[in-house]
Design a protein around this ligand. Structure first.
Ligand SMILES: *Cc1c(COP(=O)(O)O)cnc(C)c1O
Length: 352
């Protein structure tokens, strides 16, 4: 069997949820959209079911999958519905729809609800992607408030630059949000992972934790308080010693400088490993940190081996405990979110 393994440590997931909940200090949604950032939404939701104040997903399909697998916690649709007729399922499965645009608002008001619905009304406080402008927000809020089917309204927004210490955007968005909400009662939610770590004033009633829940620091580097949930590993299944000045792999973009033992490992871009990871991107053979060399192939890549002991059958960690996923992301010019979401063809094993 091909030795590419994604170990999913659900105990670490629970640890991270509790840690983030303590930091946030109020209610916390566990964001399990996109198959829980590649970790497996149903398994992750079950692991958190007895502790999570609720879950958040990106679509009705993701929400229904959780419900049909026995998840009873509140579930927020972060982007609301994509078609008016989905409100029937929102109603049936007792979901919380976000309302981010006028057509979603009108369709919600026209729907014949069986049970009152809790609505998350989104403000565009400056990211300019979704939500009502601050100057239109009170009108949308009032229209919902006057509808007897609307049980509750949570006011919410999303930050564009919460992970960027250089940016002043978050302060500006906070001010716009508070101004747009003036006089409107009810719960509020602003903070994703980065915002809840960096901006105490953004914590409000509900946090929405995604990336940090999976143990990747949203601020780059590592965060001692968080434990990586996924460990992606494979094995060496080929080895050779190359003379100095030998090219390795597609495009012959890497040449050995000295006599080099090269290991061939079973992981490539078809598994979701980023093809743009350059020579030098860290890997770990056992607990010994090494580096990949040459281009990533579809199913394989080449790494430098220790001259003495390492070889066929040795386990290689792509990311997890010895190699922080943010190091790989930085080397490849992407973010940990994308790496995690892309993992495929690996054997997933879950640890309680
Ligand atoms: C995905 C998402 C989150 C979670 O963001 P992280 O940076 O992963 O914590 C929070 N809020 C909204 C609206 C989202 O779409």
């Amino acid at each position: 069997m091909r030795p590419l393994n994604a170990q999913i440590r659900l105990d670490n997931l629970r640890h991270n949820y509790q840690t983030l909940k303590n930091i946030h200090g109020n209610k916390l949604l566990a964001v399990v959209k996109a198959n829980a950032y590649g970790h497996g939404a149903v398994r992750c939701a079950h692991a958190l079911a007895d502790m999570a104040d609720g879950f958040a997903v990106a679509s009705i399909e993701e929400a229904v999958e959780l419900r049909e697998n026995g998840i009873e916690n509140p579930i927020l649709l972060l982007e609301g519905v994509f078609e008016a007729k989905e409100y029937a399922l929102v109603d049936q499965y007792r979901l919380w729809p976000a309302v981010c645009s006028q057509w979603q608002l009108e369709a919600l008001l026209h729907h014949e609800w069986q049970a009152p619905v809790k609505v998350w009304l989104k403000m565009d406080s400056g990211m300019h992607r979704a939500g009502f402008f601050p100057h239109n927000y009170a009108a949308a809020y009032t229209a919902l408030k006057q509808n007897p089917n609307v049980a509750e309204i949570v006011k919410f927004s999303h930050f564009a630059c919460a992970d960027d210490p250089e940016s002043g955007m978050t302060e500006i968005q906070l001010e716009a949000f508070d101004l747009g909400c003036e006089g409107l009662e009810g719960e509020e939610s602003l903070a994703n992972s980065a915002a809840m770590l960096r901006f105490p004033e953004a914590r409000r009633d509900w946090g929405r934790a995604g990336i940090a829940l999976y143990g990747a620091s949203p601020l780059g580097g590592s965060d001692e308080r968080l434990k990586p949930v996924m460990r992606l590993s494979t094995r060496v299944f080929g080895e050779r010693v190359l003379q100095p000045h030998s090219p390795v792999g597609y495009g012959a973009v890497f040449y050995t400088q000295k006599s080099t033992r090269v290991g061939l490992i079973a992981c490539g871009y078809a598994d979701g490993y980023p093809r743009h990871a350059p020579t030098g991107t860290p890997v770990a053979v056992g607990t010994h940190r090494s580096r990949l060399i040459g281009r990533i192939s579809m199913d394989m890549m080449t790494i430098e081996l220790d001259v003495s002991q390492e070889g066929i059958g040795d386990e290689v960690e792509l990311w997890g405990d010895t190699v922080n996923i943010n190091e790989v992301a930085a080397a490849a010019g992407t973010i940990a979110y994308e790496l995690l979401c892309n993992v495929k063809r690996a054997k997933f094993t879950y640890y309680e």
